[in-house]
Design a protein around this ligand. Structure first.
Ligand SMILES: *Cc1c(COP(=O)(O)O)cnc(C)c1O
Length: 435
């Protein structure tokens, strides 16, 4: 399979090249040049356990790996990435509403699937004689932890995580700074935008480039998107198996990587009806769908911080698939939820379902609650839970008035010693810190 740039299909690459590059040379994003179509009958209903997901990943992703030097390794890559479950839990007695829990990985957010899949691919693309690859990651929270976990102790790789000092939650900071070994964490005296700027400057810096091979593992990388389509496939096949109806998903959305994977799964023939994007107060996408005018904005800080994106990169991929706004409007719907409603929804659903949502998941739960009753009962709705509430204890515990239980894997991480250095938001500081 060839992958082409969203901007100019003349920029085509094989899978390995697309994964190593991240971005196409013209600044566009790689998308598949063709769409295999699957029949739900042929895929069966393997379930949502880790092993079933790995098997489904092999069946679904084989055409995308065809012709690549990664093709013979697909089964091993899938087994490594899908080593935990994505349970689909019912929330009502009629099976009209369920939650897809994507937070059972090592850092308790959905990003573990993509980061681990990408790491498993890149590890197999490296020759033993290659120089160490340094992954530079700017993070406002979840990405840094997932990438650090995925590359920790992998020979040939080094990770440098840059996060804004004092602007991530205490639990998130522990997750960024607990690794040691080949992972280093830098608390940047600045904002997330400073961290991102530093990473961009580092990539352009001849002095740094001479000393090390730099790469990024951010969410525009195809290697993070493809595996995400697999859990949507598994969940929709499970719903189809149980009710003979397609599934509709409500997805907490920021950079739109997770949502795009769901749209791609539907494009591949999976039984998916509606896809609804739940944004926080960063409402560029809902406004675009309403007005037809694209206006990116500076991001604003919200309780659902991993979704604080004013100019989502993956919108470009969505528009590549649906260039006409009217078609796009029938493909996805979007709504926006402010902090006040996030808080209220966390309280209300704790009362109603006895479940604790993280602030991101709460946006999806709120968007569901706003649907008219006839729409709620016309579909099989799935709320996508993108992170475990324990990562956001500081926000949630005061709202529900009791402690949030911490999963064992997360608790073990939080016990490890904190290792970090602090740097000024300047390239010289990063240069000498990396040296
Ligand atoms: C990254 C993240 C999101 C947003 O996902 P996108 O793919 O950027 O849209 C939502 N929730 C959580 C918990 C995240 O970490």
């Amino acid at each position: 399979m060839r992958f082409v740039s969203t901007r100019d299909p003349a920029h085509a690459a094989g899978l390995a090249e697309a994964l190593e590059r991240g971005l196409a040379p013209d600044g566009g994003l790689y998308v598949p040049s063709e769409w295999p179509e699957y029949s739900p009958e042929a895929l069966g209903a393997p379930g949502t356990g880790g092993r079933a997901l790995a098997g489904l990943a092999v069946a679904m992703l084989r055409p995308f790996f065809a012709g690549s030097r990664l093709a013979p390794h697909l089964a091993a890559i899938a087994a490594e990435a899908f080593s935990f479950d994505a349970p689909l839990e019912p929330l009502d007695a009629l099976g009209r509403l369920s939650v897809l829990e994507l937070f059972h990985g090592p850092t308790a957010a959905f990003k573990d699937f993509g980061a681990r899949f990408l790491a498993a691919c890149l590890a197999r693309l490296r020759a033993p004689s290659d120089r160490t690859l340094t992954l530079l990651v700017a993070t406002s929270g979840d990405t840094g932890g997932a990438v650090a976990a995925a590359f920790h102790e992998r020979p040939g790789f080094e990770v440098a995580v840059l996060y804004p000092k004092g602007l991530v939650s205490a639990t998130q900071e522990r997750q960024l700074t607990c690794w040691g070994g080949n992972v280093r964490a830098f608390a940047v005296r600045g904002t997330f935008d400073d961290c991102q700027r530093l990473v961009k400057e580092a990539f352009l810096d001849p002095a740094l480039r001479e000393r090390r091979v730099l790469s990024s593992a951010n969410s525009i990388n195809l290697g993070r998107l493809l595996p995400q389509a697999v859990y949507y496939a598994a969940a929709s096949l499970a719903i189809r198996q149980a009710y003979r109806e397609p599934a509709s998903f409500i997805i907490p959305a920021g950079n739109l990587g997770n949502s795009l994977a769901c749209v791609w799964a539907r494009r591949l023939g999976l039984p998916i009806a509606e896809v609804v994007l739940a944004h926080n107060a960063n409402r560029a996408v809902p406004d675009f769908l309403r007005t037809g005018v694209w206006q990116p904005r500076p991001s604003i800080a919200t309780l659902a911080s991993a979704m604080d994106v004013g100019n989502p990169s993956n919108l470009e991929r969505l528009r590549a698939l649906y260039p006409q706004i009217d078609r796009l409007r029938t493909a996805v719907e979007a709504d926006t939820v402010d902090d006040e409603h996030i808080r209220e929804r966390i309280r209300a659903d704790f009362q109603r379902f006895g479940r604790t949502w993280c602030p991101h998941t709460a946006t999806a739960a709120e968007v569901y609650a706003r649907l008219p009753p006839e729409r709620r009962s016309a579909r099989r709705w799935v709320l996508v839970a993108t992170a475990h509430a324990a990562k956001f204890r500081e926000i949630i515990e005061p709202l529900i008035g009791r402690p949030v239980a911490v999963p064992d894997s997360l608790a073990r991480l939080l016990e490890r010693p904190v290792l970090r250095s602090e740097i000024a938001p300047q390239l010289e500081a990063l240069r000498s810190a990396l040296a």
